[in-house]
Design a binder for this molecule. Structure first.
Ligand SMILES: [Zn+2]
Length: 113
Protein backbone atom coordinates (compact mmCIF):
# COMPACT_ATOMS: atom_id res chain seq x y z
CA UNK A 1 0.00 0.00 0.00
CA UNK A 2 1.33 3.44 -0.89
CA UNK A 3 1.94 5.85 1.91
CA UNK A 4 -0.18 8.95 1.54
CA UNK A 5 2.97 10.95 0.70
CA UNK A 6 3.02 9.28 -2.72
CA UNK A 7 -0.40 10.73 -3.57
CA UNK A 8 -0.91 14.32 -4.77
CA UNK A 9 -4.58 14.12 -5.76
CA UNK A 10 -7.29 11.54 -5.48
CA UNK A 11 -10.69 11.03 -7.09
CA UNK A 12 -13.40 10.82 -4.43
CA UNK A 13 -16.97 10.42 -5.70
CA UNK A 14 -15.93 12.00 -9.04
CA UNK A 15 -14.43 15.00 -7.27
CA UNK A 16 -10.67 15.67 -7.42
CA UNK A 17 -9.36 16.13 -3.92
CA UNK A 18 -5.82 17.48 -3.54
CA UNK A 19 -3.55 15.96 -0.91
CA UNK A 20 -1.16 18.30 0.89
CA UNK A 21 1.53 17.42 3.42
CA UNK A 22 2.67 19.49 6.34
CA UNK A 23 6.25 19.30 7.64
CA UNK A 24 4.93 19.69 11.18
CA UNK A 25 3.96 16.68 13.38
CA UNK A 26 0.50 18.18 13.83
CA UNK A 27 -1.55 20.85 12.06
CA UNK A 28 -2.93 22.71 15.08
CA UNK A 29 -3.76 22.24 18.74
CA UNK A 30 -7.28 22.07 20.12
CA UNK A 31 -8.79 21.35 23.53
CA UNK A 32 -9.31 17.76 22.29
CA UNK A 33 -5.63 17.31 21.31
CA UNK A 34 -3.41 17.84 18.31
CA UNK A 35 -4.96 17.74 14.85
CA UNK A 36 -2.93 15.53 12.48
CA UNK A 37 -5.20 15.56 9.44
CA UNK A 38 -7.85 17.76 7.93
CA UNK A 39 -10.34 17.66 5.06
CA UNK A 40 -11.34 21.05 3.66
CA UNK A 41 -14.60 20.62 1.76
CA UNK A 42 -14.54 24.15 0.29
CA UNK A 43 -11.09 23.72 -1.30
CA UNK A 44 -11.36 19.93 -1.76
CA UNK A 45 -8.07 19.43 0.05
CA UNK A 46 -6.82 16.87 2.51
CA UNK A 47 -3.86 17.96 4.62
CA UNK A 48 -1.81 15.41 6.54
CA UNK A 49 0.76 16.16 9.25
CA UNK A 50 4.26 14.69 9.15
CA UNK A 51 4.04 11.49 11.18
CA UNK A 52 6.91 9.09 11.88
CA UNK A 53 4.64 6.05 12.10
CA UNK A 54 3.40 4.86 8.67
CA UNK A 55 0.40 3.07 10.19
CA UNK A 56 -0.69 6.23 12.00
CA UNK A 57 -0.21 8.32 8.86
CA UNK A 58 -2.05 5.84 6.63
CA UNK A 59 -4.95 5.55 9.03
CA UNK A 60 -5.16 9.33 9.38
CA UNK A 61 -5.24 9.59 5.57
CA UNK A 62 -8.05 7.00 5.41
CA UNK A 63 -9.88 8.94 8.14
CA UNK A 64 -9.75 12.11 6.03
CA UNK A 65 -10.86 10.16 2.93
CA UNK A 66 -13.93 9.03 4.85
CA UNK A 67 -14.63 12.66 5.80
CA UNK A 68 -14.42 13.55 2.09
CA UNK A 69 -16.78 10.70 1.11
CA UNK A 70 -19.12 11.72 3.92
CA UNK A 71 -19.21 15.32 2.63
CA UNK A 72 -19.56 14.40 -1.04
CA UNK A 73 -22.31 11.82 -0.36
CA UNK A 74 -24.04 13.91 2.35
CA UNK A 75 -23.95 10.97 4.77
CA UNK A 76 -23.77 13.19 7.86
CA UNK A 77 -21.48 10.84 9.79
CA UNK A 78 -20.39 11.79 13.30
CA UNK A 79 -16.69 12.13 14.17
CA UNK A 80 -16.99 8.92 16.19
CA UNK A 81 -18.44 7.06 13.19
CA UNK A 82 -15.66 8.35 10.93
CA UNK A 83 -13.05 7.28 13.49
CA UNK A 84 -14.61 3.82 13.93
CA UNK A 85 -14.78 3.31 10.14
CA UNK A 86 -11.17 4.43 9.61
CA UNK A 87 -9.87 2.19 12.42
CA UNK A 88 -11.87 -0.81 11.20
CA UNK A 89 -11.19 -0.38 7.50
CA UNK A 90 -7.49 0.28 7.99
CA UNK A 91 -7.10 -2.84 10.15
CA UNK A 92 -8.86 -5.03 7.57
CA UNK A 93 -6.93 -3.56 4.60
CA UNK A 94 -3.55 -3.80 6.37
CA UNK A 95 -3.93 -7.20 8.02
CA UNK A 96 -5.29 -8.85 4.87
CA UNK A 97 -2.96 -6.97 2.52
CA UNK A 98 -5.95 -5.89 0.45
CA UNK A 99 -5.33 -3.60 -2.47
CA UNK A 100 -7.85 -2.92 -5.23
CA UNK A 101 -5.92 -0.61 -7.53
CA UNK A 102 -3.04 -0.73 -9.96
CA UNK A 103 0.31 -0.82 -8.22
CA UNK A 104 2.97 1.79 -9.00
CA UNK A 105 4.98 -0.49 -11.34
CA UNK A 106 1.90 -1.33 -13.43
CA UNK A 107 0.94 2.36 -13.55
CA UNK A 108 4.43 3.35 -14.79
CA UNK A 109 4.45 0.56 -17.40
CA UNK A 110 1.06 1.59 -18.83
CA UNK A 111 2.13 5.27 -18.93
CA UNK A 112 5.18 4.35 -21.03
CA UNK A 113 3.11 2.59 -23.71
ZN1 LIG B 1 -12.11 13.51 11.79
Amino acid sequence: MNRPRDIEEINICDVTVFVLYSDRPYLCETDDGNIMGKYNEFDQEITIANMDDADVENEKFLHELIHAIDANRALDLTEQQVTSLSHGLYQVLRDNKLYFGVDATQKKASAEK
